[in-house]
Design a protein around this ligand. Structure first.
Ligand SMILES: NC(=O)c1ccc[n+]([C@@H]2O[C@H](COP(=O)([O-])OP(=O)(O)OC[C@H]3O[C@@H](n4cnc5c(N)ncnc54)[C@H](OP(=O)(O)O)[C@@H]3O)[C@@H](O)[C@H]2O)c1
Length: 284
């Protein structure tokens, strides 16, 4: 049995989609915090089990019979290390042959503040002696495309990434890579995949592409971190999210979201989704 945690999330749903094309649905467990949100997953024939990262007793029951576990990192910032440790302990107690963990691109050297909880989780994986593989995911292209409409409305694309190049990829691509690793019959324990898109761009180049595709003049305006954070907050984002996005942009300015090794396209056996095509879909 292959367990996918966080299976009702945006990435998790896509992983289940790809995994059902590789193994029998009856061999997949969708481990979810809120089973009521998973009726579409149950309809695919996968087993839906309740698994709350903060409630170890649910994890023990959810992992019964598991051979491999994909731990999709939690979205609850600040609580993630403890939550991930709960998941890893439960998987270890079940005697799984593999845990795959969705970490952050170049987590061990990343300048992004987000890296902290990923480094702690990776360290626990090493320390506890369970066989594991790291899927170090880069930025989702969707993160940047989410602000296309509001940028066009405001007549500028703002950020703090400076000249930093960003090798983002679609969630779909990271999800397919995770499904490939989970279904693989090749040994995966001990591997570290640095996963990123084939193309890279600066935010000025992204703004120029948006201008071209939307026929609206859209300069890129680079802001100091504090000002960018304040702009995100005044656009209605919660303080913690605004802080995270601004800090991540500064990390990108230092090269933290760049990678040119092509490991993602190699894993999925095709080029990663094209930025221009994704932008056209976002504009449509
Ligand atoms: N690479 C990037 O650019 C990027 C960007 C954002 C996030 N991430 C990371 O990648 C992960 C997956 O991304 P995503 O787009 O799928 O995020 P998402 O749509 O927000 O999904 C997060 C998932 O985590 C689950 N979760 C949160 N707290 C939980 C808990 N206590 N117990 C069990 N499940 C819990 C959520 O469950 P519910 O469905 O019940 O809410 C949801 O299924 C995120 O959680 C985050 O760690 C990466």
């Amino acid at each position: 049995m292959i367990v996918v945690t966080g299976a009702t999330g945006q990435l998790g749903r896509l992983v289940i989609k790809y995994l059902t094309s590789k193994v029998e649905a009856s061999e997949i467990i969708a481990a979810v915090r809120t089973p009521e949100k998973a009726s579409d997953l149950a309809a695919l024939g996968v087993q839906v089990r309740k698994a709350d990262y903060s409630r170890p007793e649910t994890l023990k029951a959810a992992f019964d019979g598991a051979e491999k576990v994909l731990l999709i990192s939690s979205s609850e910032l600040g609580q993630r290390t403890d939550q991930h440790i709960n998941v890893i302990q439960a998987a270890k107690n079940e005697g799984v042959s593999l845990i795959a963990y969705t970490s952050l691109l170049h987590a061990d050297t990343s300048p992004l503040g987000l890296a902290g909880e990923h480094i702690e989780t990776e360290a626990y994986l090493k320390e506890c002696g369970v066989p594991f593989v790291l899927l170090r995911n880069g930025w989702y292209t969707e993160n940047y495309l989410a602000s296309v409409a509001s940028s066009i409305d405001h007549g500028a694309y703002i950020g703090s990434a400076g000249e930093g190049r960003i090798s983002s990829a679609a969630r779909e691509d990271y999800a397919e890579a995770a499904a490939v690793v989970m279904a693989s019959e090749e040994p995966q324990a001990g591997k570290v995949y640095e996963l990123a898109g084939d193309e890279s761009y600066s935010l000025a180049e992204l703004a120029a592409l948006i201008s071209l595709e939307s026929s609206k003049e859209l300069p890129y305006v680079n802001l100091p971190e504090k000002e960018f954070r304040a702009a995100l907050e005044s656009a209605g984002l919660p303080e913690s999210v605004a802080q995270l996005l601004a800090n991540s942009d500064v990390g990108a300015s230092k090269g933290g979201l760049f990678d040119a090794q092509g490991e993602l396209s190699a894993l999925i056996g095709r080029p990663t989704k094209n930025l221009t095509e994704m932008l056209r879909e976002a504009l449509a």
